[in-house]
Design a protein around this ligand. Structure first.
Ligand code: FE2
Length: 217
């Protein structure tokens, strides 16, 4: 099962007689321990962000899709089917946040950050002028995203771009392929950085971004 999918497999959904029915979506485990991203992001922040916020999106989605045709669909399919539909905003928000967070955890790693190497590093430098320029632009976009949302590095028809989205919105509903995400909801940093979003964003870019994951996308 892909961590981005966060969806039970067919085998998991086939219930044994008398067993408690499993939920369609499961909270994907973190790809590292809760304290692995310290001191940039504290274990307490990760525990609450993953164990409470991310879990609540998954749990709420399971309640919302129970008994509906969405029950057997992938997160991506649900997100695409409900994007922009006012009467399905609740399902969209929880499905998108479940996907966004599963993706976000994969964008970070202990001792990450620095300069991406290889072909991807060259592509990035060529798209933004230099890696330093990318760093400045990505940081600025994340810091200036007003209110809750996300900053993304995306592939848009073969071109690397920085975009931001409000609240739960996800770039693939616009045909862009997400390569990296930065969560700039306050729950991602407030315990550690309070109002200093800029310090959190720069520390994550410099010390946690997983460039191998971005290149693999
Ligand atoms: Fe978050």
């Amino acid at each position: 099962m892909s961590i981005l999918e966060a969806h039970s497999t067919e085998a998991q959904r086939r219930e044994k007689p008398g067993a408690t029915p499993s939920k369609p979506f499961a909270l994907p485990p973190l790809p590292y321990s809760e304290d692995a991203l310290e001191p940039v992001i504290s274990a307490r922040t990760i525990a609450i962000h993953h164990g409470k916020h991310h879990k609540t999106y998954v749990d709420t989605l399971n309640e919302l899709v129970a008994g509906t045709p969405f029950e057997n669909q992938s997160l991506e399919a649900i997100i695409k089917a409900t994007a922009g539909k006012r009467d399905q905003a609740k399902i969209f928000h929880n499905a998108a946040q479940a996907w966004n967070h599963a993706f976000y955890w994969r964008c970070l790693k202990p001792s990450g950050g620095g300069l991406p190497g290889g072909v991807f590093g060259e592509r990035l430098a060529s798209a933004f002028g230099s890696f330093d320029q990318f760093r400045k632009d990505f940081s600025k976009a994340a810091v200036e995203q007003f209110g809750s949302g996300w900053a993304w590095l995306v592939d848009d028809g073969g071109k690397l771009k920085i975009v931001t989205t409000d609240n739960a919105d996800v770039p693939f509903t616009n045909g862009q392929t997400p390569l990296l995400a930065l969560d700039v909801w306050e729950h991602a940093y407030y315990l550690d950085y309070q109002n200093r979003r800029v310090d959190h964003v720069n520390a994550v870019i410099d010390r946690l971004l997983d460039w191998q994951f971005a290149a693999s996308r």
